[in-house]
Design a protein around this ligand. Structure first.
Ligand code: PLP
Length: 391
């Protein structure tokens, strides 16, 4: 079966935060390519499973059964050669929620937590809002590619209790290699630091790259890791609030589960269970075609920028569907840049500075949309007047 990713679906009046600019104080006529959900319908297998579950008509308290766990395990086995066991699993309403739970479970107020900015902004908020100490290991950009400053990483890790790894990395698009992951892991082991591996973008990896599950690298690393996964990015299910968190170390897992219970959370939602099982059981072919389409979008984006807006440089993603755009040649300040793109370009992107250190001068564009929408966005960027808004 051939899936249609060119179809433009009207998402207004569907409770979508992406498509309600006034809720976030943005002009009504902006084109939204900000938050990381896709403008594609979830695969038919997921829609059918949800319709069938809805028709059952009873939505009582629910938990994953053996079949759910087997299907989930098989997904990771086949794609990443990693076999998460049934008893390692806790289902949470999201990976961000799991990060907050892990922070509270595994650290005390004032403890240091390392993140690698520019990075997904809830990492910093989770550290600040729980009263922990933010330790930033800023990534290095050199020749259009990001890498890790290991000397600084070790300095920060020495002061930390926890490290939040983002792999594949949002927004810089790196899919970390085995030597990088092992080097980071060894430093964490050496300094007694636990790792939250946020691998939510794991299924979005472009040809020539391979996602490696951090906890699958070796037993020592598995023992210090909380692995956060979710079908929500892969199959566009964020609104179902469903994430699979795997912790093989019993002591860490019990602390995590204890804190989870203290949040007043008990069972997961039944629709998330139904959708996740259907996606992992029957969604692989849809995903394969989606990945081909996304690679096409990234290549379209790159060619368009080169030909029409050469002052904006694409940091070519190895993974994720997020395009990290270097707009530093605009000469605008970080805030002015976002203001101009929103007010004059009528484009709603994610402002680079919100991703923390190293994010100023960049914008993040969500490329998971029909190509015609991406084209429209690029035309807006090309035609806009780059003078300061109001100037
Ligand atoms: C790295 C990363 N982690 C977590 C999330 C959000 O996950 P959830 O909706 O499961 O909380 C996102 C969403 O963009 C993300 O990019």
């Amino acid at each position: 079966m051939k899936y249609d990713f060119d179809n433009v679906i009207d998402r207004s009046n569907s409770y979508s935060i992406k498509y309600e600019p006034s809720w976030r104080g943005k002009p009504a006529d902006v084109l939204p390519l900000w938050v990381a959900d896709m403008d594609f319908a979830s695969p038919p297998c997921v829609q059918e499973a949800l319709i069938s579950r809805a028709k059952h008509g009873i939505f009582g308290y629910s938990e994953p059964d053996a079949a759910y766990c087997d299907v989930t395990q098989k997904w990771f086995e086949e794609r990443f050669n990693w076999s998460p066991q049934r008893d390692w699993l806790t289902i949470t309403p999201g990976t961000v929620n799991a990060i907050y739970i892990a922070i509270r479970a595994l650290t005390e107020p004032g403890d240091g937590i390392v993140i690698q900015q520019p990075v997904y902004y809830p990492f910093e908020s989770s550290i600040r809002k729980t009263g922990r100490q933010l330790l930033v290991n800023e990534l290095i950009l050199d020749g259009g590619r990001y890498s890790i400053d290991f000397e600084d990483f070790e300095e920060k890790i020495k002061q930390a209790k926890l490290f939040i790894l983002c792999n594949p990395h949002n927004p810089v698009g790196r899919v970390w290699k085995a030597d990088e992951l092992i080097r980071m892991g060894e430093l964490c082991l050496c300094h007694g630091v636990t790792v939250i591996a946020d691998e939510i973008h794991e299924d979005f990896v472009f040809p020539g790259h391979r996602h490696l599950v951090f906890a699958a690298l070796n037993q020592e690393l598995a023992d210090i890791t909380v692995t956060c996964t979710s079908p929500s990015k892969t199959f566009n299910l964020a609104g179902l609030l469903h994430a699979n968190i795997f912790i093989s170390n019993k002591e860490l897992r019990e602390k995590f589960k204890d804190e989870y219970a203290r949040s007043g959370l008990s069972q997961p939602g039944v629709m998330g269970l139904a959708a996740c099982k259907a996606a992992y059981q029957d969604g692989a072919q849809w995903l394969e075609q989606l990945l081909g389409y996304l690679a096409g979008n990234i290549s379209f984006l790159k060619t368009y920028l080169t030909n029409h807006i050469p002052k904006i440089k694409l940091i070519e993603p190895e993974g994720t569907y997020l395009a990290w755009l270097d707009c530093s040649e605009s000469g605008l300040s970080a805030q002015e840049l976002d203001e101009v793109i929103t007010q004059k370009g009528k484009l709603w992107l994610s402002a680079g500075y919100t991703f923390g250190k190293g994010g100023g001068g960049f914008e993040r564009m969500n490329a998971a949309c029909p190509r015609s929408v991406l084209h429209n966005a690029l035309e807006r960027l090309k035609n806009m007047d780059w003078e300061k808004a109001g100037a």
